[in-house]
Ligand binder design. Structure first.
Ligand code: ZN
Length: 360
């Protein structure tokens, strides 16, 4: 079997009497067609298995959104009424979701078309496409070569957008991987008081606990985590920007004493701030560092000494408390909620964890 895109959902090769086994040019163009029918990927491929059809395409995209491999990429499909074009092109038959009129094509099929062409391009030529409305471009149409309605007015009208979108993704795909010196700072800062509607059991957990709205202070930030903010609301839990409904920045530290921190490889300001419990923007301003906040290894940073009270550290973990609830150590109902609250725990949070069987 020849080469087909890894995006194919199925491979149903055309009859060998419907295409030329070896293309004479390298792949340089893409030519999207419409099938003029509401066909699934399988139905499209079946057409070209009939040896009398004398037509084919490299790929088909069905109304079901599936991509079918039909003519291997090494071979020249008979699709666009132009040997010269098809020896250079990957040709793709796309299903309509409406027959006649503008020959509409679903957004799903357009998306799959873009995905497919990008995948092929990044594997082969690694260059953007040119759609200039002429056969000289690298994005071409059937009706440039024959009197046909193909690719239909809808797909034809979409081609500038499709080409632009494909090129955007190709550029991203061939861009050298940059090693960021500074991680994008998260939206919030250590020390910020926030009101949230959701708390998670861990920084990367999707397991959401649903306490009533609760207020707390951000005590630590792990940039890049699903729930980057460690919230202390008398208890600890993780939250994210989507859960934060309100915030207030606490007064900046007034203490003028400073300590020094030496930047290590891979450090960024927001992480250093999180690690030291200091708003990273204060570190930036104290050291005269401005956007894009570049720092370098070995740099000595002045760190404002936080005056905020240290976070409570004497509380047990939520999980431990759940265990104790199951052991009967915290009583029941309103009594339990009262005792938990008095001891500095979030009774709603603990209850929702217990309800999930945590600590059992
Ligand atoms: Zn066509």
């Amino acid at each position: 079997m020849g080469t087909f895109s890894k995006l194919c959902d199925l491979i149903m090769e055309a009859s060998a009497s419907n295409y030329t086994a070896k293309r004479t040019n390298t792949i340089n163009k893409a030519t999207p067609h419409h099938v003029a029918g509401c066909l699934t990927a399988e139905q499209i491929a079946r057409i070209f298995q009939n040896p009398n059809r004398k037509a084919s395409a490299n790929y088909g995209i069905g109304i079901d959104g599936k991509i079918v491999g039909i003519v291997p990429e090494e071979s020249r499909a008979w699709t666009s009424s132009s040997p010269s074009n098809d020896h250079q092109a990957i040709t793709i038959e796309v299903a309509n979701d409406q027959v006649g009129g503008e020959w509409h094509i679903s957004d799903l099929c357009i998306e799959r078309l873009i995905d497919l062409i990008v995948e092929i391009r990044l594997r082969t030529k690694r260059e953007v496409y040119v759609y200039d409305g002429t056969p000289n471009g690298t994005m071409t149409r059937h009706n440039m070569f024959a009197a046909t309605t193909c690719p239909g007015s809808y797909l034809q009208g979409k081609l500038p957008y499709i080409t632009e979108e494909i090129n955007k993704r190709i550029k991203e795909g061939i861009a050298p991987v940059e090693v960021p010196t500074v991680q994008a700072p998260t939206k919030r800062n250590v020390g910020e008081e926030v009101t949230v509607t959701g708390i998670y059991v861990a920084s990367n957990s999707t397991k959401r606990l649903n306490p009533a709205r609760t207020k707390g202070k951000i005590t630590k930030i792990i940039a890049g985590a699903k729930n980057p903010y460690l919230l202390d609301n008398g208890n600890l839990g993780w939250t994210n920007d989507g859960c934060i409904v309100d915030s207030a920045i606490t007064a900046p530290t007034t203490n003028t004493s400073v300590t020094t921190y030496t930047v290590k490889s891979g450090d960024c300001l927001s992480e250093i701030g999180a690690k030291l419990g200091v708003n990273w923007k204060e570190i930036a301003s104290l050291n005269g560092i401005h956007s894009p906040y570049t720092i370098y290894k070995g740099q000595k940073l002045k760190i404002p000494t936080a005056t905020a009270a240290p976070a409570k550290t004497n509380l047990k973990s939520n999980e431990q408390i759940c265990k104790e609830v199951w052991q009967g150590k915290w009583g029941n109902g309103g009594d339990r909620a009262y005792r938990l609250t008095q001891a500095g725990y979030d009774a709603n949070l603990i209850q929702s964890m217990v309800n999930k069987g945590i600590g059992r």
